[in-house]
Design a protein around this ligand. Sequence first.
Ligand SMILES: Cc1ncc(COP(=O)(O)O)c(C=O)c1O
Length: 455
Amino acid sequence: MTEGELRRLEAEYCSWGDAVHSVDPPKIFERCQGSFLYDGRGTAYLDLQMASASASFGYQNKRLIQALKARLDHLPQLGSHYLHGDRIEVSARIGQACERIFGRKGRVLFNVGGAGAVEEAMKLVRNYTGKNAGFAFMGGYHGRSLGTSAITSSYRYRRRYGHFGDRAHFIPYPYCFRCFYGLKREDCELYCLRQFEKLFDTEYYSFWDPRAEECEFGAFYMEPVQGTGGYVIPPKEYFIGLKKTLEERKILLVDDEVQMGFFRTGKFWAIQHLAIAPDIITFGKTLTNGLNPLSGLWAAEEIINPKVFPPGSTYSTYAANPQAMALALEVLRLVEEEDYEKKVTEKGTYLLGRLKEVQGKYARIMGDVGGLGLALRIELCKEDGVTPNPELTQRIFQEGLKGDLKINGKSYGLILNIGGYFKNVFSLSPSFEITREEIDLAVEFFDQLMQRCLK
Ligand SMILES: Cc1ncc(COP(=O)(O)O)c(C=O)c1O
């Protein structure tokens, strides 16, 4: 079928509700390899987003594709209510990693898609605490199902459809470049944390019953680095203080690692950077390199042991499918064999350094450039270095998709991702396997796009 025919059919038969038509006409890709996507003309697009931060080990990763092919030859399918070796081994490896990292025993369950895992976490919280309501962060993203929409801050996702369950009470994230209270980190003395702690001063602030010593809310849902919010990296002192308050008030901490887990930030879990331990961790994306929609969660033993969360508490037909498990097991073996902490940190530091060089050229327009591992952010501003510049961000994004950037006479495209509270942040999640040459190429392309769009 020609591209023209495909476009006609897409316009007529595909819902637009589950896709973003960010360029006109929308791009159609045909092939992927390493850090690149290819369109029908064979033009290569250097991908700094990698399928929403899921294809972290690169497209067509040989070892992972091999594991999947081997699985197809032996046990391609099995009902998720049955056990198979890989499923047990994947659970054990994640459980043992958590034991090593947090010194706490727990168990793992599986679901499909990040939102599915977060909904399971909500179920565990309700079951364990008897409370439906929760705290979550402004700028947080936990999925777009009716359950997770209640704890994802954007009203945009609820306005037409409502949501299931109690809407979370949203607290400002410690986003220091754009402080909710207009303060500067150098002398704020974590004012935002004090504001949260204050909620428990009296029953009249509506959260706390001092006589029963009970909070109305069962959990705080957080991202250790905000993903969709624009790769916002928080100061760890905030979270150390937050965790102390949550423990005092018997509120569970749910750590959503769907986007940042499995070394995106250079640690197994991103929350390790914050030096605190969660009660529940949700994960997805990178665990299968985005090759299968597996997601899941780890929860502390007292929350998930079979006495409190008995058989049949949850189930989904494809949850623990053996193709996903073969991939997940291979990913976990890979990160145990190779030092991804070092690899991701080194590559992230190099890319960040190169981006800071470019920032030097455009001074205040590249208002904030930062990163943790290979989760990097470029926040574009107006000349004052503060006012968000979503127009420029959108222009650069669109130009990158044109596929006409030139290096040595060859045409390329650059795939970026727009995030952030004001849609003025490029959140970059390149492949962990990206080479130094590809990083240099990406920086060169970004610089070309800045020059083109600032004219
Ligand atoms: C932190 C976080 N939680 C949950 C989700 C939802 O995952 P999914 O899109 O697989 O439902 C995402 C997706 O980007 C995410 O970044």
